[in-house]
Every structure is written in structure tokens, then in C-alpha cells.
Design a protein. Structure first.
Length: 65
């Protein structure tokens, strides 16, 4: 049964180009690659009740200049 849940992710031009190239090299769709990345993250953190170690320093946030 097809999934009915969707997410939208905004990527920079460089991130999109790298993602597109990775999908092409791997001969998979960008949708498949995104699902794989999300599944891998969930598997790595499954059962871990700690907050993810997110690299928030140095990232540009929406609305900041």
C-alpha cells in the first residue's frame, strides 16, 4: 500500500545538487534515498531516549542573517 504521509524538506542549491548526484550514482530515486536516510536515522536512534546530538552551531536558521 502506498504511503499517505509526506514531508517537505527545503535544501540549499549545493545540498540538492549533491543529493541529486548521489541518487543518480546509486541508481535510485531521490524519494527512495530520502526514505532510506530517514529509516537509517530512526534505526540508529531506536530505543534511545536521549535527544539527538544535533550540530546546531554554525547552521543558518530561517530568519537569521
Amino acid at each position: 500500500m502506498p504511503s499517505k504521509n509526506r514531508i517537505t524538506v527545503n535544501l540549499s542549491e549545493d545540498e540538492y545538487a549533491a543529493f541529486d548526484q548521489l541518487a543518480a550514482r546509486s541508481k535510485v530515486s531521490k524519494a527512495w534515498l530520502g526514505r532510506h536516510a530517514i529509516s537509517s536515522l530512526i534505526e540508529r536512534t531506536d530505543g534511545d531516549e536521549q535527544q539527538l546530538p544535533l550540530p546546531l552551531t554554525g547552521l543558518k536558521r530561517r530568519g537569521s542573517r
